[in-house]
Design a protein around this ligand. Sequence first.
Ligand code: FAD
Length: 486
Amino acid sequence: MSQLNKQISSQNRFKAVEVSKQEPKARIKNFKEVVLGYTEEQALAEASRCLTCANPQCVKGCPVRVDIPAFIKHIKQKEYHSAIQKIKEKNSLPAICGRVCPQEEQCQKQCVLAKKGDPVSIGRLERFVADLEYKKGITVQQPKAKNGKKVAVVGAGPAGLTVAADLAKLGYQVDVFEALHTEGGVLVYGIPEFRLPKQIVQAEVNYIEKLGVNLHKDALIGRLFTVDELFKKGFDAVFIGTGAGLPKFLCIPGENLNGVYSANEFLIRVNLMKSYRFPEFKTPLGIGKNVAVIGGGNVALDSARCALRLGAKTVSIIYRRSRDEMPAREEEILNAEEEGIDFKYLAAPTRFVGDDQGKVKAMECVKMELGEPDASGRHKAVAIKGSESMLDVDTVIVAIGRTPNPIIRVTTKGLETLSGGIIAIDKKTGKTRLEAVYAGGDIATGEATVISAMGSGKIAARSIHNYLSKKEESEMLLDELSANSS
Ligand code: FAD
């Protein structure tokens, strides 16, 4: 019995196997992945903690309903190929989900072991088998023969890619239209390399392409073709998964000064334009000495940790509530704390001050206190009058949320949208008000998570399949009736 297994059996079933990470001092100087993933020995030890419950609650906590005990059982038996096949029955992006899904709020929260200690590290096990498959080479199950029906998917983020994979497996011809020069959506332009290497995203996109999906890059729907024109081109159904890519702003004085970025612009420059690889890529990003990031979600943390790696001396997160209310993943908050990000809780900016060149040099902040809970149950943040103070900054990154781009809404007649530009859908089917038009992911829910976008993509794919199968049945019936009557 190995040292690690002895440790598990003799010590404590309620303690998860730790995963190795790059040391904080080293990792703040590079963009390489922070979490290194389980070794085979670690994965086997962690898998052995799973009780293979008869009524597994973890599956109920997974928005795409992966058969978690079954894939972990395969790991226990060293059947790694079967383990990844089991996951891919439901989830076409396992290496991505194993890295960025908030498992602590979903499958792992439901694990029975969580009542007494650490839940099974489902995400880390998922990542282990997915990475192993990519190292050995992906195997693609033969999709069903083409059924003659065509579906257009707008947007190649997690929602669109999931719809594409699920329908391709069922025999549909699927064409994905992506506005950018690369697929992945936020996975490539938002989440930084040190949390999600782009090579991993590309490997999972390659898998979807191998399923027979046609990917069209640099194809902005609403300009190249409208949704109506996609039907005229012969598509039988359209799925809209265009995400929430427009940044929200604070609307306070000085926000237009040089040196004040939206997190979208900042992260796109770092990730997509590869400014972190300057001078190899000729896209430098001038980062100041003192950086302030406004917000408390994953986007704020990613921006702050990028700024630190790009050479900022101090990086502060300014968040109007307390640590308990921060929407970012706990694991990432801990990583950011280890790296030396300074968290200023219960504070909010009121104005930015510029120098005579129009560049930001300071920021006025006001202290906040927690008031009554609002409609969402979160405590309101209330400004304390007269508590303003100045903070020296030379770069500010505003990460307070994102809304949908209006292009599809304004170019698609009859598409119903709700406040904030979100497309109205029937949540049980993903169907919009328009015949044969479906939507899912952030465009239909507002900004959420990778796995919730994938979950809504799966619902839409199933509904599109039902709709097109029934349509075919009734068309065949009509043909039969007219043949009989003539
Ligand atoms: P997106 O990922 O936004 O993809 C939409 C795609 O549609 C994009 O590629 C876009 O270019 C394309 N598109 C837009 N308009 C058009 C058009 N008109 N024509 C053609 N293509 C178009 N979630 C987590 O679960 N864990 C995390 O750790 C996490 N961290 C995050 C960090 C950052 C910085 C950000 C911004 C988000 C993070 N999220 C995280 C949220 C998560 O990434 C999103 O909820 C998810 O990507 C939404 O998927 P989607 O497919 O709906 O949209």
